[in-house]
Design a protein around this ligand. Sequence first.
Ligand code: PGA
Ligand code: ZN
Length: 421
Amino acid sequence: MSVIDALTALEILDSRGRPTIQVTCTLASGASATASVPSGASTGQAEAWELRDGDMMRFAGLGCQQAVQNVNTVICAALKQHPFDSQADLDEALIALDGTANKQRLGANALLGVSLAFARAQAYEQGVTLYQHFATMVGLELTYLPRLTINLFSGGKHAGGQVAIQDVLVVPTSALTIKDSLAHTYAVLQSAVGLIETKYHTRPLKADEGGLAPAFASEDAMIDDAVQAIQQAGFQAGEDIALAVDVASSHFYQDDHYHLGQQALTAPQMIDHLKTWLAKYPIMSLEDGLAEEDWMNWTKLTAALGRQSLILGDDFLCTNPERIQRAAEQKAANALLLKVNQIGTLTEAARALKLARDNHWQVVVSARSGETEDNWLADLATGWQADFMKVGSIQQSERLAKYNRLLAIEAETKLPLRQPL
Ligand code: PGA
Ligand code: ZN
């Protein structure tokens, strides 16, 4: 049992220079911990409500002063001196206090800050590591570390839309450790930098998550370049390093069509297009291959390609247990992208994890495009035994905070990497 003595929040800046929220939770035992909340740009419609001030004279309306105040006043007053047996106990109190379906009253950013800071403070109080605390929270044993999916190239909303799709990621498959996965990725990144300089005659400019973002002529050219970068680094594409694609197709779906390059594709044509990519390239994961409300066609996509690839739902599922349940019933996906701020508390995200596992889905624990220097995500991906962790490029400190934490967890636990699929 833990008793909250104080909750304080602060408005800080994320990796895009936009405000976000940081919460400190102090328990009666004296244990105290701080956690920061990330923020997306290519967000799903069904995500929990991120409370922003809306004052256009300050941070273009993106201020988080109201969310900060909610923690410092309403939430602190309601939870202070109250004994909580568990994370679920605390999160249920937060959900009840907000009282809305999408956390609109107090803000999912405010709620998640409290949820995370409480988890970390409890880990300190119990004298366990945060990853161990997360594992205990969901009743899992630590047997492996997640494999990495690392952003190489960016397009879409993270890169000014020079191509429609959002990310091409490398997935080190022959690497046996996190350490080697990062070394292999560095070699591919260096060959991609060289390729961009010779082919596009530009310096390697970076997008929101640190991915390289030259003016690819098309989506196919973007994926071709990734394969070439892998080969030029001396690896076998598909054998040593596979690819994952975040299609993020909700963001180019309009008037019942997928606007990919010059083409306007119907859903069946889009599925065929994805099929040709899987035939042509060593892609092991397709994220948001179809738009977030195209339910019927997600079932067709999973039936067509689900044996060859992860059919991974990000905006489609929004880490929302109701959407995951429906998708499982309709066989509309086979993998969950888990982002805790899409749903707003750790307990609800844990429910999403359990539902995915009950349906034998793969799980990818993911960062957001707007991140902070906090590293709790690496502990979460380890503790919740994710199959993969997705954090962005190996450039930019907000990404490296997570990779470097995972390196420390690897050194400490000596756990092997999750077996390749
Ligand atoms: P977001 O993008 O954090 O901007 O939503 C990440 C992703 O789509 O996976
Ligand atoms: Zn995505």
